[in-house]
Write a protein that binds this ligand. Structure first.
Ligand code: PEP
Ligand code: MG
Length: 563
């Protein structure tokens, strides 16, 4: 029987295939039949995880001692003691001898000690957390090699997971994947954005009911209306063959002749072709952090230079806007070794990370960018560079002076370079209120509504429970957009939007009416947005946008938009 679950659709596509589960490290499922388990192999797996855990703890101890002092570092001694505690190691060995695989044996052996500490008073109870920490470290190390290889899924798979991180999604191959569905996650999480730019049918935030769908089951994922259908019948399958809008290769203008640039957001070089195929007028946002994910060390200057050059070559004569590294937030990069933060979305992310004095990442990236700008030939696109998560004018001034000094450095070395067009992302209330001063210093502003909505509405883009508030149609967000557009134009800067809002075809008229010059989006919605631009009368759109800006509630905004 067909069963339908609902979540948040993130790609206007549907796909059907067989479920492949991608499980977290503590989510082990039931143990297999003991006769299929080789105790010697499992014991060896445990012992090498134990050794690796000791090494990790030793490194973390040293780092903590250097940063915080000996007292704080002592916690790692306690963790190392737990790793060798005879009750725990003996329990793991006994469980393996009784036919459990190493991960299940580890989980089992920690159960009693954790429960015992949980029942104690005061600080002793906190020891339960330390034990969980040690257990999870061992589980991560022992299961790593067993996890589903996301880059090697069977053709026609529907990937199902609790949640996917940006680096998980970066490994997915749209040619073999029929879709994915996750228990948690929202429309602007990076997993969702990535799915959209690759055209992978996806539904996120489906909830716990998704957990009951086993491996191998047939599943339809409809990213258009946000449903997941278990054992789909013919009726459900008929959604898959929906017609798609025709691709328009040329730049488009409104009915009264105002050109609106419709560009693509990309994160990887693999997406450049998809963007060109969908008729993108260039790249409005190249999220360079994807070049840094899923590896052990950052790409060097030459590798980055080649990546930026590839983007320029893919769009001859068009603008390619590259955003400098935006790590932190939901995109941590383990090898950068940044300390864990209580609230990473309010921490050292974006330009803050680039300007941090302990890093030469920014200079390396700027060198690669200035070199790529320098060998722009007519046959290639023209480079623009923008900075993420700017809040203050001081940050922009600091970033611009780094560009100057990198230019001087290249000149002194006799290396060809050029200073590209420079811009700032407007993603925070601080930058909205500083937009006049920012616009006077650069050629363009680009509004990132995913973060702007999160910070204006104080609603995380990753939290399902605040998903209703994370909506750019609230008057506060719309007024922030309007304020930015006015500030940009007053400062002779052009203004674009590269948050997910820009790619919603139902909002094209509103965005043109608000005065945006460029809209940049996941490639998949470019044909629809281009088709809409041609039907817009700028003056009528402007008047309508003014009425929308007067609305006091989201409800009124929605009513006015659908009138
Ligand atoms: C945004 O915040 O809207 C944006 C485009 O940047 P990202 O989604 O990469 O944070
Ligand atoms: Mg952002």
């Amino acid at each position: 029987m067909t069963t339908e679950l609902s979540g948040t659709g993130v790609t206007p596509r549907a796909g059907v295939g067989r479920v492949v589960w991608y499980r977290g490290t503590t989510d082990l499922g039931d143990p297999p039949d003991p006769t299929t388990v080789d105790p010697e192999e499992e014991l060896a797996a445990f012992e090498s995880a134990q050794e690796a855990a000791h090494e990790e703890l030793e490194r973390e101890r040293e780092r903590t001692r250097d940063r915080l002092g000996e007292d704080e570092a002592e916690i790692f001694d306690a963790h190392r003691a737990f790793l060798d505690d005879p009750e725990i190691t003996g329990g793991i060995e006994a469980a393996i001898e009784n036919g459990l695989p190493a991960p299940h044996a580890i989980r089992r052996a920690f159960e009693d000690p954790i429960a015992r500490f949980e029942n104690l008073e005061g600080s002793m109870a906190e020891r339960a957390d330390d034990l969980r920490d040690v257990r999870d470290r061992l589980l991560r190390l022992v299961t790593d090699g067993d996890r589903t290889d996301l880059g090697d899924l069977p053709n026609g798979s529907i990937l199902v997971a609790e949640r996917l991180t940006p680096s998980d999604t970066a490994q997915l191959d749209p040619d073999v994947l029929a879709g994915f569905a996750t228990i948690f996650g929202g429309r602007t999480s990076h997993a969702a954005i990535f799915a959209r730019s690759l055209g992978i049918p996806a539904v996120v935030g489906v909830g716990d009911e998704l957990a009951q769908v086993g491996d191998g089951r047939e599943l339809l994922v409809d990213g258009e209306d946000g449903t997941v259908v278990i054992d789909p019948d013919d009726d459900a399958r008929s959604r898959i063959s929906d017609a798609e809008a025709a691709v328009v290769a040329e730049h488009v203008s409104t009915a009264d002749g105002r050109e609106i640039e419709v560009a693509a957001n990309v994160g990887t070089l693999a997406e450049l072709d998809a963007a060109a195929e969908q008729g993108a007028d260039g790249i409005g946002l190249f999220r360079t952090e994807f070049l840094f994910l899923d590896r052990d060390a950052p790409p060097d200057e030459q590798e980055q230079y080649e990546a930026y050059t590839a983007a320029l070559t893919a769009f001859p004569g068009e603008r390619v806007v590259v955003r400098t590294l935006d790590v932190g937030g939901d995109k941590p990069i383990p090898y950068l070794d940044a300390p864990a933060e209580e609230n990473p979305f309010l921490g050292v992310r974006g330009i803050r990370r680039s300007l941090a004095s302990d890093s030469d990442l920014f200079d390396t990236q700027l060198r690669a960018l200035l070199r790529a700008a320098g060998d722009d030939e007519d046959a290639d696109g023209s480079l623009a560079v923008m900075f993420p998560l700017v809040v203050t004018v001081e940050e922009l001034d600091a970033a611009l002076s780094r560009v100057e000094s990198v230019a001087e450095e290249l000149a002194a070395e006799g290396i060809d370079y050029a200073i590209p067009e420079l811009g700032v992302m407007i993603e925070t209330p601080g930058s909205v209120f500083a937009a006049e001063a920012l616009a006077q210093r650069v050629s363009f502003l680009s509004i990132g509504t995913n973060d702007l909505t999160q910070y204006v509405m104080a609603a995380s883009r990753e939290n399902d429970r605040t998903a209703d508030l994370h909506d750019p149609l609230y008057p506060a967000v719309l007024r922030a957009i309007r304020r930015t557009v006015t500030a940009a134009h007053d400062g002779d800067a052009w203004v674009g939007m590269c948050g997910e809002m820009a790619g919603d075809p139902d909002l094209t008229e509103l965005l043109v009416g608000l005065g945006l010059d460029e809209l940049s989006m996941s490639a998949i919605t470019i044909p629809d947005v281009k088709a809409n631009v041609g039907n817009i009368d700028t003056e009528a759109a402007r008047e309508r946008a003014e009425r929308v800006l007067d609305a006091e509630t989201r409800e009124t905004v929605v009513e006015l938009l659908s009138a």
